[in-house]
Design a protein around this ligand. Structure first.
Ligand code: ADP
Ligand code: MG
Length: 635
């Protein structure tokens, strides 16, 4: 009977009902007078039944019909015909299984909340070299925080001083501690190793990656899956039909002169075993357990609905820059066409200083920067702005006029497989920059695993030119490449398919939204991409994707098995009651047991065993250590 949310206080009421029932049974079979055991049973009714009765009655006012009410009615009917023992047992089993569910639900919620508990409460802020101890929540962007050895990082930010190894496993599932030095990004809630770090705070505490994960996982448990919504839609008419059938089961036999007591018992038993409690509980727990487990391994699936969709995915498509590559391109070649190299570098760096694109962030570092006016980014194309009164554009070679003399250099760079950015001053090319971007070490494994799971050829969709795209595609084992796409073009390729799209940039937002499931690379991804995505790879490991697909499929399988089992139990018990003689107590026990079994079967997916991510040998060596360190997570 799990249509309402059970709370932990129900555990105490259930225990009281159980004790009173034991007392009543002992009195009854020990030969005590009837008033004694009837009093005990009546008290048992009150302890175990007032909660569901109250909630069921308030639901009626909405109006909504709760099956809980049926339980109480059935128990009262049993008492009315003198079957105190059966009625009290019904109440006890009902209350106990409700309490058990409360414990299980609490356990799922806890494993979600444990993600949050890693945020430290106090932080040390450095002000003019002096240290101030304060609430971590009060740290503001721009503050400088000191993180001592073994402490947790209090806020998202960038290291300004010191060096250390930081263990990010709680947040990203990444088993290897990462080396952090000035310039590295650190995340709130991660564990500092043996060094001391000075961290410039980038985001306030409500906005950290950790807080966002916790919030989204919380929202995930509220957004119901498609299957669940369908089930809940038919639940009401179904329950009312059960009540109708129950009334008919009483009225018809009585009209034909059947005995009152046995008729009532049979009808009550039918009402209980036909209730859809186990069906209602069949699908959400496995999906939510999967959301929690994936979250612990650095894959944030934003809702149970998305977990369900992840199981349906039948193809994969990837962005190139920042997704298959690590998003830290290096400048390989600079060709100056007009003016000197210093000017070229300064103009390009100045406009790119405002860009969020990986190419922009790298180019911004090639020279100190001058002020920019009228900055504008064109996703998938480049950036422009005014520097010293000159209109500077940096970006894709399509920015060039057809007769520009830069085309030769562009063609030469492209033939080398370099990613090309042209630099224009007042509409004419002043230089061409060639970049390479290293492929992520785990990308090839992830592509191969996804191909094996989905049975289709993964695709590469990029705004870069075909030769650079081909170079990366070959390195990771992708056969199908579409290059020179604008952001809308990527989205067109995915609309209406059941593809999983993985991307990171502003230019990927339309594709992330259009795909069946959009996954954004955490950490480097733009806020827009994070917003448009359904899954965030907080741990930035592509190999987590095939593992997440496996998990989603397993959750779907468990949900289906649960549904079939719950329906079978209802059919068997109802048939037994209608065509044979099913004792009320046995009916109640079978019904509640099936509900608990279904719930437990779903929560099974919280176990670490169900996360099978391909790891490099070095990671595999430290994984048990990391697991041991995070203690409670080893299950
Ligand atoms: P991808 O799809 O591989 O992530 P994008 O669509 O982001 O690539 O970019 C496509 C091309 O546009 C790049 O290869 C580059 O030539 C150009 N480009 C985009 N943004 C910038 C920028 N900020 N600076 C320079 N070039 C850019
Ligand atoms: Mg990209």
């Amino acid at each position: 009977m799990f249509t309402r949310m059970f709370r932990l206080s129900d555990v105490r009421w259930a225990a009281a009902a159980l004790a009173l029932f034991a007392l009543g049974a002992a009195a009854q079979f020990g030969g005590a007078p009837a008033w004694a055991w009837i009093t005990a049973y009546a008290a048992c009714y009150v302890a175990g039944g007032w909660g569901p009765a109250w909630e069921g009655a308030s639901a009626l006012a909405k109006p909504r019909f709760e099956v809980d009410l049926l339980m109480v009615l059935a128990a009262l009917a049993a008492a009315a015909i003198g079957q105190w023992f059966d009625g009290a047992l019904l109440i006890v089993i009902f209350a106990t299984s409700g309490a058990l569910e409360a414990v299980l639900t609490e356990r799922t919620a806890e494993s979600v909340r444990s993600l949050l508990e890693h945020a430290p409460e106090r932080a040390a802020r450095l002000v003019d070299g002096r240290e101030e101890i304060m609430d971590a929540a009060a740290l503001a962007p721009g503050d400088l925080a000191l993180v001592r050895p073994g402490e947790r990082v209090p806020a998202d930010g960038t290291v300004e001083g010191g060096e250390s190894e930081v263990d990010e496993s709680t947040l990203t599932g990444e088993a290897l501690p990462g080396r952090k030095a000035p310039g590295s990004a650190v995340l709130a809630g991660t564990l500092n190793g043996t060094g001391a770090l000075e961290v410039r705070v980038a985001r306030s505490s409500g906005d950290t990656v950790l807080a966002r994960i916790a919030r989204q996982v919380e929202e995930a448990s509220e957004a119901k899956s498609k299957t669940q919504l369908t089930i809940e839609k038919v639940e009401q008419p179904y329950s009312l039909a059960v009540v109708g059938a129950t009334l008919a089961l009483i009225a018809v036999p009585l009209a034909f002169g059947a005995a009152f007591e046995s008729t009532l018992l049979r009808a009550m038993t039918f009402m209980i075993v036909a209730s859809p409690c186990a069906i209602v509980l069949a699908t959400m727990p496995p999906l939510l357990a999967a959301v929690a487990l994936a979250g612990r391994h650095g894959v944030l699936v934003k809702s149970a609905l998305m977990m369900e969709r992840l199981a349906e995915v039948d193809a994969a498509a990837f962005d190139k820059t920042g997704t298959l590559t690590n998003g830290e391109p290096e400048v390989e070649r600079i060709e100056v066409l007009r003016g000197d190299e210093a000017r070229l570098r300064r103009l390009a760096a100045s406009v790119e200083a405002r860009s969020e694109h990986p190419i922009g962030r790298v180019l911004a570092r090639i020279e100190p920067v001058s002020p920019v006016a009228r900055f504008e980014a064109v996703p998938g194309r480049g950036v422009r702005g005014a520097v010293d009164g000159v209109l500077v554009e940096v970006g894709h070679p399509v920015l060039l006029d057809a007769d520009d003399d830069a085309h030769g250099t562009v063609a030469a760079f492209e033939a080398e497989g370099l990613t090309v950015a042209v630099v224009l001053a007042d509409g004419r090319a002043i230089g061409v920059i060639g970049l390479t971007d290293a492929v992520r070490p785990e990308a090839a494994a992830a592509v191969a695993d996804l191909k094996a799971r989905l049975g289709t050829e993964p695709r590469l969709l990029t705004g870069d030119h075909p030769a650079a795209a081909r170079r990366v595609a070959d390195a990771v084992g992708i056969g199908a490449v579409e290059a020179s796409l604008l952001p809308g073009g990527k989205a067109d390729r995915l609309a209406g398919t059941r593809a999983l799209y993985v991307g990171d940039g502003v230019n990927d937002a339309p594709a992330l939204a259009a795909s069946h499931v959009g996954a954004a690379m955490g950490g480097t991804a733009s806020d827009l991409a994070l917003q448009a995505s359904d899954v965030v790879l907080v741990g930035r490991r592509l190999t987590a994707l095939p593992a997440a697909v496996d998990l989603a499929r397993r959750a779907r399988r468990v949900a289906r098995v649960n549904l079939a089992f719950a329906a079978a139990v209802i059919l068997v018990l109802a048939a037994w009651d209608l065509f044979g003689t099913l004792p009320l107590v046995l009916g109640v026990a079978g019904h509640e047991l099936s509900t608990v079994v279904v719930g437990l079967n779903g929560l099974r997916l919280l176990s670490r065993r169900h996360w099978n991510e391909r790891r490099t040998p070095a990671e595999r060596a430290v994984a048990p250590l990391a697991a041991a360190r995070s203690g409670a997570d080893v299950r």
